[in-house]
Design a protein. Structure first.
Length: 101
């Protein structure tokens, strides 16, 4: 089973955009992916701050085969970094508008 990491905007959005992350995680799991979501990685730990969360997220990202981009990812500092790392590592890049890489 391939592992896929979900990347998208959180900061400044209602409920930190958790509903979008959770809905996409459910959908991807139904398609057979082993999903890694920053919402799940950092559950109950977001009080530790953005840097601590991003460190955990990047550590999880490098264990994945693919990256899934949520709508608005381009406006997210974290998702931009995650996309850069995924590209440099040669991960498959997917989104609702198709496979990117």
């Amino acid at each position: 089973m391939k592992r896929i990491y979900i990347a998208g905007p959180m900061t400044g959005l209602p409920d930190l955009n958790f509903p979008a992350f959770n809905a996409e995680a459910d959908r991807l799991r139904a398609e057979g992916w082993d999903v890694v979501s920053p919402v799940e990685i950092n559950r109950g730990r977001d009080h530790e701050g953005w840097n601590a969360c991003l460190r955990r997220d990047l550590a999880a990202l490098v264990t994945c085969d693919a990256l899934w981009l949520l709508q608005g990812h381009h406006s997210s500092r974290g998702a931009t970094l995650e996309l850069h790392v995924a590209r440099e590592l040669g991960l498959e890049i997917h989104s609702a508008w198709g496979r990117i890489q």
